[in-house]
Design a protein. Structure first.
Length: 282
C-alpha cells in the first residue's frame, strides 16, 4: 500500500493478503476494498476490508454476495454498484451496496441487474447526470467484449446505445473528459495480449466514438483516477519494456508526464482518490 500525492508519500499498513484485481472506493469517509484474487491461497475473494486511517490498520466489513476478480465499482448516490468480474471467467451479474447506515459492519448487499455480456477487466463510468453507467471492454470466455452496455440506474434496464469499441481491448482504464460528457478509454491489451497506448473517446451525448490523443506509453493493467488539480491520471501497468512506475495526467490539451513516480510498479491494482488532508486529523 502507498499514499501517492504531489507532495510526497505516507506509509500505509499492508493489505491483509496479497491481492490482485480488487474493487474499491472512497465513500462515507472510508476506503473500502473488496474481492480480487487472493494470491496467498490463489482463490477469488468476496470479502471486503475497511482501512482505518488513524489506526493504520484494516478491518473486515460486510462482504459481497459473490466472489469477483476484475470487477468495477461505481458510486451512485448512497449506493455502490459492483459490476461484472466473477471467478476469473467473467460475470454478467451486478450487486449493490446501500451506504445509508454509517456502520460498515452492517452494510447490506443486494443483487442488481444482469448485464447482457459477462465480462471482467472492463471499465465503467457514471454519466448523464449520474443516471447511467457505461460498461466498456473487458474479457469473457469467448474473448474480448466489444459491446458497450449502458445501465440505467433507476430502471435497471440495460441497453446498447453505442457502436462497438473501435479497438477491442481489456485491462483498460476509463477516465472522464469534458465535464463527464465523454469517456476516454486508455491503454489496455488486445487479443494477442499486446499493450497499447491508443485512446478511444466515447461521446455519451451522441454515442459516437472519436480518436483521442494517445497516452505516453503502451500499457495495460494501469491504474486510473481523477485527483483534484491534476485532471484524469494514469499510473503503473505493464508495457513492452516491463513494469511502469510513471504517472501521466490529462491537462485538457495533452498528456503530461509527471516528475513524481509511484514507489512500486502496480498491475491490476487499485487507485482510490481521497481527500488531501486524510491523515491530518489523527
Amino acid at each position: 500500500m502507498e499514499f501517492y500525492g504531489w507532495e510526497g508519500y505516507v506509509s500505509m499498513a499492508d493489505f491483509p493478503y496479497t491481492i490482485d484485481a480488487p474493487v474499491g472506493w472512497w465513500a462515507k469517509g472510508r476506503i473500502v476494498v473488496c474481492g480480487g484474487r487472493n494470491w496467498d491461497v490463489d482463490q477469488p475473494e468476496s470479502r471486503c476490508w475497511q482501512y482505518s486511517t488513524c489506526q493504520n490498520s484494516w478491518e473486515e466489513v460486510s462482504g459481497m454476495l459473490e466472489k469477483r476478480i476484475g470487477a468495477v465499482a461505481v458510486i451512485v448516490g448512497e449506493e455502490v454498484w459492483v459490476i461484472g468480474g466473477g471467478d476469473g471467467n467473467g460475470s454478467a451479474s451486478t450487486e449493490i451496496l446501500e451506504l445509508e447506515t454509517n456502520d460498515p459492519i452492517n452494510w447490506k448487499w443486494k443483487s442488481g441487474p444482469q448485464l447482457l455480456n459477462a465480462r471482467y477487466a472492463h471499465c465503467s463510468l457514471l454519466v448523464n447526470n449520474r443516471s447511467e453507467i457505461v460498461v466498456i471492454g473487458g474479457h469473457s470466455p469467448d474473448g474480448i467484449v466489444g459491446v458497450v452496455e449502458v445501465l440505467d440506474v433507476t430502471s435497471g434496464q440495460v441497453t446498447i446505445l453505442a457502436p462497438e469499441m473501435p479497438h477491442l481491448r481489456w485491462g483498460s482504464v476509463c477516465l472522464p473528459l469534458d465535464n463527464g460528457e465523454k469517456i476516454a478509454v486508455t491503454g489496455g491489451m488486445d487479443t494477442w495480449f499486446l499493450p497499447h497506448k491508443s485512446v478511444d473517446v466515447l461521446d455519451t451525448i451522441s454515442w459516437r466514438w472519436e480518436e483521442g490523443e494517445a497516452i505516453p506509453w503502451s500499457v495495460s493493467g494501469q491504474l486510473g483516477f481523477v485527483m483534484g488539480g491534476s485532471g484524469p491520471t494514469v499510473m503503473g501497468g505493464i508495457g513492452y519494456t516491463g513494469y511502469h512506475k510513471s504517472v501521466a495526467s490529462w491537462n485538457g490539451e495533452t498528456w503530461k508526464v509527471r516528475n513524481e513516480k509511484v514507489d512500486h510498479a502496480r498491475v491490476s491494482g487499485l487507485a482510490v482518490a481521497v481527500p488531501k488532508d486524510l491523515f491530518d486529523y489523527c
